[in-house]
Ligand binder design. Sequence first.
Ligand code: UDP
Ligand code: MG
Length: 324
Amino acid sequence: MKKISVVVPVYNEEKGICHFLSKDLIPELNRLEDKYNFELILVNDGSSDNTLTILQSFINDNKKTLNSPIKLVAFARNFGKEIALSAGIKEATGDAVLTIDADGQQPPKEIHKFIESWENGNEIIVGVRDHFTKHGFIPRLGSKMFYKLFRIMGNKDTVPGSTDFRLMDREVVDEYNKFTEHNRITRGLIDWMGYKKEYINYVYGNRFAGKPSYTFKKLFKLAIDSFVSMSDTPLVIFGYLGSLISIFSALLGLFIIINQYVLGDPLRLYWNGAVQMTVFITFLIGLVMISQYVTALYISHIHSETQNRPLYIISKKNSKNLKK
Ligand code: UDP
Ligand code: MG
């Protein structure tokens, strides 16, 4: 029987975690247990409330009643969801790994769809949440802008609304485990890898309890991290701007010289020294920005070298007769 590992990152979820595990996730896994073995991996991301104790006693109390073994990875401090996911994925031994939030917003009753899609030969199955119905105006706008920018910056593979509610084939997991970059955004990396994907829409529920720990500040950092780690557009964008400024002011300068000194100002503009100086300085500012751009190019190369990503990802399923 195939085994599926279920990874759940947990941070300060003392109010809802027991309910989520015993009323939501585990019953759903039990339903699927005649066809699959499961392994549950809980990652306590250095919670500052009672989550750790609750998880420990949950595992102790249910040792005999559970069919699926439960592993608990306890971080020594809060490292953030992205790292928690990576730790859980590394610990997984299943033929596929499913990641799901601990707050009930990603409904376990959809899990069977992910598994079916995997059985149909898809290697990455991505949960796409519905159109942000349950959020306020500002988060909705922020999220929309994030995906727009993310795509503009060259991450065309990322579908808006795609979440960490995902299932990955073992082959994908093994490749994912090779990544060494520290500032990682799991979704972005998985999308970057390629492989055969399918998207499954689901309704993003309400939290069982507690508050989302992603404050605006954390989300902002996450957005910046994803831009910086997945694209070098932020580095080079000022270079483009500088080029535009320089070209524009050079043309304007040329116009001034010809109009004033060659043709004798037939347009009667009477542009004085201050105007000429401004145009000249603007031109120089553009040049400075271009030179920064050149530096940025080198930095962006260093950046991609230090990320030390695998050079390429091979699809073992589609290749033939490779050496082991
Ligand atoms: N989480 C985590 N570490 C953190 C923040 C959150 O492991 O530093 C977990 C959290 O317990 C939940 C999931 O990541 O299972 C999603 O977090 P949250 O609900 O705060 O985010 P949102 O639903 O807004 O994406
Ligand atoms: Mg949530």
